[in-house]
Design a binder for this molecule. Sequence first.
Ligand code: T1G
Length: 697
Amino acid sequence: MTDAIGYERVGDIAVLKAQNPPVNALGLDVRQGLVDGIERAESEGAKAVLIYGDGRTYFAGADIREFGKPPQGPFLPDVCTRIESSPLLVISALHGTALGGGLEIALGSHYRIAVPSARIGLPEVLIGVMPGAGGTQRLPRLIGIDASVDVITSGRQVGAKEALSLGILDRVEEGEPREIGLAYAQELLDQGAPRRAISEMPAPESVDFDALYDSVLKKGRGLLAPAVAIRGIQACCELPFDEGMKRERELFMELMSTDQRQGMIHAFFSERAVSKLPELKGVEPRALNSLGVIGGGTMGAGIATAALLAGLPVVMLEMTAEAAEAAKGRIAGNLQGALKRGKISQEKFDHLTGEALTLATDYDALSDVDLVIEAVFEEMGVKKEVFGKLDAVCKKGAILASNTSYLDVNEIAASTSRPEDVIGLHFFSPAHVMKLLEIVVADKTALDVVATGFELGKRLKKISVRAGVCDGFIGNRILATYRKAADHMVLDGASPYQIDKALTDFGFAMGPFAVADLAGLDIGWAVRKRKRAEGMDPRERDSSYMDKICEAGNFGQKTGKGYYVYEAGKRGGTPNPEVAELIEAERAEKGITPKEFTDEEIVTRYMAAMVNEAAKVVGEGIARRPLDVDMTLLFGYGFPRYRGGPLKWADMQGLDTLLANIKSYAEEDDYFWQPAPLLEQLVAEGRTFDDLNKENS
Ligand code: T1G
């Protein structure tokens, strides 16, 4: 017996306790311990077996750290079948999150009881695979095809109450899993309850699985796993159980070998690793019990909303009482969404827009808050004025943060007497929805201030990424480059609409031109004007057609017209014919003969620009590790999760191929396409971005 599974007898009941913290993942020792425990219970003449988890949860699934390594028996499907085939009555008592292989172990049991707070699910598709231990063979027998398709293809967590009504659980009882499990097992023994092997239950009637496969594939926007899982459910309905299990295993192993599985596992572990910085180990955050927000516009109101939902009282400072009331209205509007979705009660809504939110027009109201975030106009003079006042008013040790999206946080810090207390907290709009938070660390920012930034991000359930100070930090700096690559392709012959489609086919939620219309074309216009005013390198390709779109008052969705024309009540837009004319005129003016671009070339160039700039951002230390860039692009810029992020994608393409492409583009334009030194170094040394992740985590 391994100690991963504890064994004790309570009368006729053998109790198997999972003790493999932190989440009782079904690693080799746990699997072996379960088999040994069942065999021991049978040899000792027990009448029933209770399986439950010690610590915070029942089994949370296979140990995904084993993925990609040579598989070792006993394999999980066999463990589930071994449990199910026991002549003893097997009961599982669930708490925490019984997910993936964890739920499959429970489905191999004959009865299932749970505490009310338990959640169950088959989230395998969220990491690029599918249930591979009988989930697609047992669940449909238990709850039918429709409910199984929902649970398996969504990967969502199902609460105990819903799981009971679906028939996945037999009982939901308050109490400790061990106690309610023992009581239920004894009750079943006393009733002479029969074993209930799900594999012996009839499978549902087959349906048109080809149509179901197609609709799930379309809905997944390129994601393979949910659609392949449909073929597993089909096997349940069309094959005897044992053959269905074999078919499920084949499909599972097919998914295990895909780039999508690699990408999504990378995303799973990276979103946890990104906020674990070696330099913050053992650094205590400062007190964080109250927040001040300056500026109640869209961003400030979004930040205040996120803080209020995280339980932090907020002082909202605006210039006038009317503006403060308008800010409160925006916050209430944001919270209405949470109220409608049942995320908060009316009572909570009233509290958050009542005593938890203080409106103010005088800086003195911020004298006692632990952390202030300003979200005022993006102009350095305005920022310095705000920070000068904060420096005078805020208590010693208070943290002064700027939500600036590209201004120099070092310069802002230098305008105070306490640069060590100054940090950038770059939220993404809408701030109460977007997961990404760039924590911009200036030269003098104290370590415990950085730690407090990450603590705030954790409280707000953000994916927090440490960024150094440069124009655009991590995300916007990389965006500016790959957006420019797209603009160059437009000038050279591609249409904005072909580019948008090529990139949505690649998996982006939206293409760059649709994104520009959403964000507002006036933002890019202001940046181009700023850069021209600051003086541009004559080798940098500039473009005027976009200015002409803006000069006509077309800023995208907010004016109803930009690259696309938007009609009220209709999703998406149709190409704006004026844009093509402006592009042709500029090509003519510049003497450019337009050339054809294939979708593949569009994606290759676009991604080469993104990876090259990302490699510079890592090489310069603006991003700590390649995974930090991946998480930034995933959570702030709609990069497709199943590709893991641009640098994970680059590793899978092969860095040598990418570098060769960049060098070939440099022959046309050696200013824009300067190969990143880090990329050249990695190729020369035969290393990958993932090697860097491992060396720096
Ligand atoms: N394997 C290995 N490590 C895991 C793990 C897992 N399944 N789940 C979590 N961890 C680690 C995680 O990396 C972190 O480590 C720590 O545990 C705490 O996690 C055959 C093949 C369970 C809801 O997909 O959804 O079964 O950073 O920070 O927020 O069909 O973890 O501390 O070093 O996330 O409380 C299916 C994935 C696997 C569940 C807990 N199961 N995990 O959330 O803590 S595939 C999953 C989660 C499978 C079978 C197939 C969450 C959680 P570290 P955490 P949390």
